[in-house]
Ligand binder design. Structure first.
Ligand code: AMP
Length: 131
């Protein structure tokens, strides 16, 4: 059965898309811990990120770097933090989070509540900066 993230990459479930190429898809996390919190996924299904072969994992990181550059340009922050957990959704994903302080990357607390309009605006700002 396809994962929810496969359905998102295929456009079967809506998402606030940030960037895409043949292999990878980036979109806003629906329950962000900080403004601009983005997930990068491989389009091909794999659960655990460290099961991805070295070359592809390298390309995934290079793609995530381009997304991070776009986030830095679009969202006020000191830098972009990166995390991988995968405890909730069994489809490998990298969290990219614009941060100014350590607690901006705290996953155990209350998430931001942003409207669909706000999320659409944030995604569009990051998308415009994606090179
Ligand atoms: P984890 O698997 O522990 O890395 O967490 C999964 C992440 O995916 C969480 O931050 C969720 O908020 C996020 N998430 C789950 N479903 C969606 C969705 N449909 N669209 C965007 N983000 C999602």
């Amino acid at each position: 059965m396809a994962t929810i993230f496969s359905k998102i990459a295929a456009g079967e479930i809506p998402s606030h898309k940030v960037a895409e190429n043949e292999e990878f898809y980036a979109f806003l996390d629906i329950n962000p811990v900080a403004v601009g919190h983005t997930l990068v996924i491989p389009k091909a299904e794999v659960d655990y990120i460290f099961d991805i072969d070295d070359d592809k994992l390298g390309r995934m990181m290079a793609f995530a770097k381009r997304v991070a550059r776009a986030q830095e340009a679009a969202i006020p922050c000191k830098r972009v933090g990166l995390a991988v957990m995968g405890l909730e959704v069994p489809h490998a994903h990298i969290h990219l989070i614009p941060i100014t302080k350590e607690s901006d990357m705290y996953f155990g607390g209350k998430k931001l509540t942003l409207s669909q309009e706000e999320l659409a605006d944030i995604a569009s700002r990051i998308r415009k900066e994606f090179k």
